[in-house]
Write a protein of this length. Structure first.
Length: 297
């Protein structure tokens, strides 16, 4: 394949699809209980959920090194690629994109294009998949990059958490919002806007939060064809209920992926978190006026 597509581990791609499309994944690092390991390889979602549920346990994350990316880029080139499109979670949430940029400058910026998805989880993952499908179909590097950017812009990521404390500790949400949420004992519905996590609304119960999550997805999808991803951390039953509601209420659901959040993002949202990523298809082009008149006649 002349164009190789890479992602970091926080895209949480369906493994079978990633393997089928030849997507290479560079893992982030997670630190807990005095040890550091690679997300999905050395540290699991279960490890993080257990640590966060234990009083006094702290979990932190760190980006891949530029050397990790250089190694992955060179492996892709050795495997026959002549261009690389590297798609990553929001630069507002992690230094991963920056590390990839440093690596690209070492390998050659005319060879490696680094894309900031301005999102996370399958908000990044859907962009990776669309780019990889285009690459598999023979698209050139500039086209694959453009498709990744466009696909990322057509995603919306919404989620609910049991507490804002983990996001506050990791610096992913402002202290004022976190304190307000805790003081009022509300369940926040959050979303990703311009690469940042921001509150969308506050409700009083977990059941109400999930109901509002579904409603926002339904309203955003409208009558458009959509792909969805449901993520959770140690909340499989909630995720199952969410999936059932979405299947019943989203009329043009093309595909739906369900996965537990990995360690890197799980460390920041905490156990009990549930989220949905909505990927809408490209808007159909308006037909020329002449064509419309002919079909009407």
């Amino acid at each position: 394949m002349p164009v190789a597509v890479l992602a970091d581990s926080t895209a949480y791609l369906p493994r079978a699809l990633a393997d089928e499309l030849g997507v290479r994944v560079v893992p982030l690092y997670v630190v807990l209980a005095g040890r550091s390991g690679r997300e999905g390889e050395d540290v699991s979602s279960e490890d993080v959920a257990k640590a966060l549920s234990t009083r006094g346990q702290r979990v932190s994350t760190s980006r891949p090194t530029p050397g990790d990316f250089v190694a992955a880029y060179r492996a892709a080139l050795d495997g026959g690629a002549d261009r690389i499109v590297s798609v990553h979670l929001s630069a507002e949430l992690s230094g991963t994109w920056d590390a990839a940029r440093v690596a690209a400058s070492q390998v050659g910026e005319h060879i490696v294009s680094v894309v900031d998805s301005r999102s996370a989880a399958m908000g990044t993952g859907f962009a990776v998949l669309e780019a990889a499908r285009a690459a598999a179909g023979g698209a050139d590097g500039d086209t694959v990059q453009r498709i990744a950017v466009d696909a990322a812009a057509r995603t919306r990521t919404l989620f609910v958490v049991d507490t804002l404390e983990h996001l506050r500790r990791g610096g992913r949400i402002g202290s004022a919002a976190a304190v307000l949420g805790s003081a009022l004992a509300v369940k926040p519905v959050l979303h990703v806007v311009d690469g940042r996590v921001v509150p969308l609304e506050k409700v009083r119960t977990s059941a109400r939060a999930l109901a509002r999550l579904v409603q926002h997805v339904v309203e955003h999808a409208g009558e458009r064809e959509v792909r969805l991803a449901v993520h959770h951390l140690a909340a499989a039953e909630r995720a199952d209920r969410l999936v059932a509601e979405l299947r019943a209420r989203v009329p043009r659901l093309r595909e739906l992926h369900v996965s537990e959040l990995g360690a890197a993002i799980g460390a920041h949202v905490g156990p009990g978190a549930v989220g949905v990523v909505v990927s809408t298809g490209p808007e159909p082009a308006e037909p020329p006026a002449g064509d419309a008149d002919e079909s009407a006649g």
